[in-house]
Design a protein around this ligand. Structure first.
Ligand SMILES: Nc1nc2c(c(=O)[nH]1)N[C@H]1C(S)=C(S)[C@@H](COP(=O)(O)O)O[C@H]1N2
Ligand SMILES: [Mo]
Length: 320
C-alpha cells in the first residue's frame, strides 16, 4: 500500500502531534510519511533531500551540522504552540491555530538585485541546493524568553554563492509573503506588511546563519515559518524572518520591520546583548520556556566565539 488514507490510520498512530498540527496538515503529513518509505522520496531526482510538501513529513538524509548545543531541547509542543508570527495573529497561540490558512505549495523564492545569477527558485528545488543539516540552536526573543530548537536547514551562504553577488551587494534584504488570505493577520496593521528584514553581507555569509526548512527532523510547521525561514542565532528572534518569498541583494542597509515600527527600541543589528537593555525592560536575564528560574542572557546569545569578530571596533550600544 502506497498511501495511507486518513481512515487507515490507527488511533494509536494519532499521537499528541495531531493536537499541534491542524487536521488537514495532519492528514497530509500522514500520507507524506507513508510515501516517504517508498522510492519516491529516496529517488533519483534527489541527491540530498526529499521534497515533501507538508508539515510533519519526515526529512530524509539530514546530517548532523556544526555548532550544536547540548542544552536540553524544547519540546515539539513548546516550539510549535508558543510562537511569534504576527501574520498569523499576535497572541502566542494564534499562529498554531491559524497555520491552516498558510498553504506552502506552490511556493517560489526569488533571488534578485545585485547578483549575476538572479533566479526564481521553486521551493522544492531550493531545498536541494545544499545537504540538509540539523542545527540545534538557542533562540532568544527580544521579549526575554528563549528556547532550544533542533532546526533542519542549510547555510544561507550556499545560496549566496549560487547567486554570485556583484561588488555592489553589501546587504541582503529578506521579504515575507504578502497574502491576507493565507496570512489573516495581514488584515490588521500590527506591523507594516510585508514583514522585511536584513543582514549585512558578512552576517549572511557566516556559517552559523541558516535557512531552515524543518525542525525535529520534519518539514517546518506553518507557524514556525514554512516553507523556509531565516535563523540567525546570535540575534534577537525577530531577525529570523519567516515564510520568505524574496531574497534581494542591495547596496544600502535595507529597512527592517521592527526597526521601522519602533526605531528607538529595535535597531538594525539586534545582536543579543545583556548589557543593552530594551527601553522598557532588562535584557540581562531570560526565561527558558518550560523552566521556572530565569537564567542569565549570554552575549551574542552564547555564540560570541563565532561572531564577535564581525563587530570588532563597533560601539554595540550605538549599533544595537
Ligand atoms: N514574517 C515574520 N517573521 C517573524 C516574526 C513575524 O511576526 N513575522 N516574528 C519573529 C519573532 S519576534 C520571533 S521571536 C521568531 C519566533 O520564531 P518561532 O515561532 O519559530 O520560535 O520569529 C520571527 N520571525
Ligand atoms: Mo521575538
Amino acid at each position: 500500500m502506497l498511501i495511507k488514507k486518513a481512515s487507515d490510520i490507527k488511533s494509536s498512530e494519532v499521537t499528541a502531534r495531531e493536537l499541534y498540527l491542524n487536521r488537514r496538515q495532519f492528514i497530509l503529513a500522514a500520507s507524506a510519511t507513508a510515501l516517504s518509505a517508498t522510492a519516491l522520496f529516496n529517488g533519483i531526482d534527489s541527491p540530498f533531500s526529499p521534497s515533501p510538501a507538508m508539515a510533519g513529513a519526515k526529512l530524509n538524509n539530514v546530517r548532523k551540522g556544526p555548532f550544536g548545543t547540548t542544552e536540553k531541547q524544547n519540546s515539539f509542543k513548546d516550539i510549535t504552540s508558543y510562537n511569534n508570527f504576527y501574520e498569523l495573529g499576535t497572541d502566542k497561540g494564534d499562529p498554531a491555530e491559524n497555520a491552516k490558512y498558510l498553504t506552502t505549495r506552490p511556493w517560489t523564492v526569488s533571488v534578485e538585485g545585485e547578483v549575476k545569477k538572479a533566479k526564481t527558485y521553486d521551493i522544492d528545488e531550493l531545498i536541494k541546493i545544499a545537504p540538509l543539516e540539523e542545527r540545534i540552536y538557542r533562540l532568544r526573543c527580544v521579549e526575554a524568553w528563549s528556547m532550544v530548537i533542533p532546526w533542519v536547514g542549510f547555510p544561507l551562504n550556499s545560496l549566496v554563492k549560487l547567486a554570485e553577488p556583484t561588488g555592489n551587494a553589501k546587504y541582503i534584504q529578506f521579504i515575507t509573503l504578502q497574502d491576507p488570505k493565507r496570512m489573516p493577520g495581514q488584515r490588521y496593521a500590527a506591523l507594516q506588511w510585508p514583514y522585511v528584514e536584513g543582514l549585512r553581507m558578512d552576517e549572511a555569509m557566516h556559517p552559523l546563519t541558516i535557512l531552515a526548512v524543518g525542525l525535529y527532523g520534519e518539514v517546518l510547521p506553518a507557524q514556525n515559518g514554512a516553507p523556509i525561514r531565516l535563523v540567525v542565532p546570535w540575534k534577537y528572534g525577530f531577525k529570523s524572518i519567516k515564510s520568505i518569498v524574496k531574497v534581494r541583494f542591495v547596496e544600502k542597509q535595507p529597512p527592517a520591520s521592527w526597526n521601522i515600527m519602533q526605531p528607538q527600541e529595535y535597531g538594525f543589528y539586534s545582536n543579543v546583548n545583556p548589557e543593552v537593555d530594551h527601553p522598557r525592560w532588562s535584557q540581562a536575564t531570560e526565561r527558558r520556556i518550560g523552566e521556572f528560574f530565569r537564567r542569565k542572557t549570554l552575549m551574542f546569545n552564547g555564540y560570541g566565539e563565532q561572531v564577535a569578530s564581525l563587530y570588532s571596533g563597533m560601539d554595540l550600544k550605538k549599533y544595537y
